[in-house]
Design a protein around this ligand. Structure first.
Ligand code: SF4
Length: 532
């Protein structure tokens, strides 16, 4: 099933292929700014600038050109009028600017998210690339004024949401005419250093511009026409939605702080958001004050943790996913029936720790067929196996197959332990990976199911990258790439997927389609403590 999600497209660029075949144009208002940029590019600019590799596989690399556009709004307007008819693929504006925030320092770089209403969607990608290159860079709004910033004027501009003021970017941005645009301003003066100007602050800014130039060139190389294939289903599962809702409801009812043992779900965005609202995440119960309420995470806990909470008199609200609880129950039942329980999973994962704790004397952790060969059950005729819920379907099948081969009478769980969400997301990403040049997987590094999505793509030969958000996308990944698969692990918020699409749309014409392999309607009820 394929759905097409309409996205803004740059009709002009699509029509003439300009974004792919023409050079990037770098506009710098002042001679010294243009010189710094040219030096950063490793040449004297213009025809001798180093090549930009371009976004078209096999296409001839376009070459970046650097042009001086003149000081002030009048010259910038005139230059933009002339340049807008030129043939260039991307517009990059690079110059110095006045910082409007006290936490900026001379030499810091600001990548414009918008310039007086002109959106620069890929700013997070470019700023992150600058940071990875060791530069101090952030994103923010850039505003253009028609005079040098006067004393006391910074605060009013900052109050309007701007981070930098300059005298050229807005009129120059008009020259983009729908082409990809990036604006990099290096801070020369700030509220705390208002007179740094052309002296020390200006020099620091020029050094930063020079260092930023090759990164700007990388941005241009990543631009082009892209197609995003969204895997469906993706993002939050029912267990994660339930766990987050539990913490939110406890916060609403009890106010902050609310203690949560371990990360409620394995995602930095989710955890950061809940922390900002008053949740306190702790590693162990001894970090929870006596008498407090503690929420157990979606991954579950061992009986030893429950006993400790009870001994301490803590009020427990259990956000363990019901599908994890099911595996715990199976472990208890098999162990009570005298079986050795072979738990297929990853050592150290919280879910595995919790399940192992249900019957520690009867359970053996298996991570590979070699572990199957080495295991010594009490009775080879009484072996049962269970699985971590977020395993790779393919890899788990290899281990369970080895178990069946060695112990033909091995008991299996009543129903699959690898949960519906894990299975569905792996099937969906496999479908898009088969059609994609690369796949981006939104999810955190400690998210088992997200890591398994990357592995699923790699197993069929498609490069895949795990990213917490758009800022983790490295521009080199996109160079020469046309079709980008996109999915999100079960613990990654849907908003991250939207953020990634917005950033990619800033690199040129973007179409977004969805490949839906199945639909999900599962919902889990809330524990009685937080029900209405
Ligand atoms: S991934 Fe599966 S087991 Fe884990 S919380 Fe989601 S539904 Fe539950």
């Amino acid at each position: 099933m394929t759905e097409t999600i309409p996205r803004p497209r740059d009709a002009k660029a699509v029509a003439d292929g300009e974004a792919e075949t023409s050079p990037a144009l770098i506009c710098s208002p002042l001679r010294i700014e243009a010189r710094a940029v040219r030096r950063g590019l490793g040449g004297d600019g213009g025809a001798s600038s180093p090549p930009v590799s371009g976004g078209v596989p096999g296409g001839r690399p376009p070459r970046a050109t650097v042009t001086r556009t003149g000081y002030g709004t009048t010259r910038a307007t005139r230059a933009a009028g002339a340049l807008s008819h030129g043939s260039f693929g991307q517009l990059i504006i690079m110059g110095v600017g006045a910082g409007l925030s006290a936490d900026l320092s001379p030499g810091d770089l600001v990548v414009g998210t918008d310039v007086d209403g002109v959106a620069c969607g890929s700013a997070p990608l470019l700023a992150a690339e600058l940071r990875r290159a060791g530069l101090s860079a952030r994103t923010g709004r850039i505003t253009t004024v028609d005079h040098l910033i006067r004393r006391g004027e910074r605060a009013a501009l900052a109050a309007d949401g701007a981070l930098v003021a300059d005298m050229e970017s807005a009129p120059l941005a008009a020259a983009a005419g729908g082409r990809p645009i990036a604006v990099i301003r290096a801070i020369s003066d700030t509220p705390n250093h208002p007179l740094a100007g052309i002296v020390s602050g200006g020099l620091a800014a020029l050094r930063s511009l020079r260092a930023a130039a090759p990164i700007a060139q990388r941005w241009a190389a990543a631009c082009g026409t892209h197609q995003v294939l969204l895997a469906g289903p993706r993002s939050f599962c029912a267990g994660v939605e339930r766990a987050i809702e539990i913490v939110e409801r406890v916060l609403e009812r009890q106010g902050e702080p609310v203690y949560v043992r371990k990360q409620i779900v394995h995602n930095t965005r989710v955890v950061g958001d809940l922390e900002s609202r008053g949740a306190i995440f702790v590693d162990e119960l001894d970090q929870v004050p006596d008498g407090a309420t503690v929420v157990f995470s979606a991954h579950g806990v061992s009986p030893a943790v429950r006993h400790e909470a009870s001994r301490r008199g803590l009020a427990v609200i259990d956000a363990t996913c019901p599908l994890v609880s099911k595996v715990h129950a199976e472990a208890r039942r098999f162990a009570a029936d005298g079986y050795t329980v072979a738990l297929i999973g990853h050592a150290g994962h919280e879910e595995v720790e919790g399940t192992l704790g249900e019957a520690p004397d009867s359970t053996i952790l298996l991570q590979s067929p070699q572990d199957v060969a080495a295991m010594q059950p009490r009775d080879g005729d009484r072996v049962a196996y269970l699985m971590q819920t977020t395993l790779s379907v393919d890899e788990a099948a290899v281990v369970s197959g080895a178990l069946r081969e060695r112990f033909p009478g091995v008991r299996a769980p009543g129903s699959d332990d690898i949960c519906y969400a894990t299975t569905n997301r792996q099937a969906a990403v496999r479908a898009v990976a088969a059609e994609s040049d690369l796949v981006l997987v939104a999810g955190s590094a400690n998210s088992s199911n997200s890591v398994r999505l990357v592995e699923t793509c790699e197993r069929i030969g498609t490069p895949a990258y795990l990213i917490d958000g758009a800022a983790d996308i490295q521009l080199d990944w996109l160079t020469g790439v046309t079709t980008i698969g996109l999915t999100a692990g079960a613990s990654a918020p849907p908003a991250v997927v939207e953020e990634i699409i917005s950033a990619l749309a800033g690199l040129g014409p973007l179409s977004v389609s969805e490949r839906v392999t199945t639909t999900e309607s599962i919902r889990f009820g809330l524990p009685k403590e937080v029900r209405q």
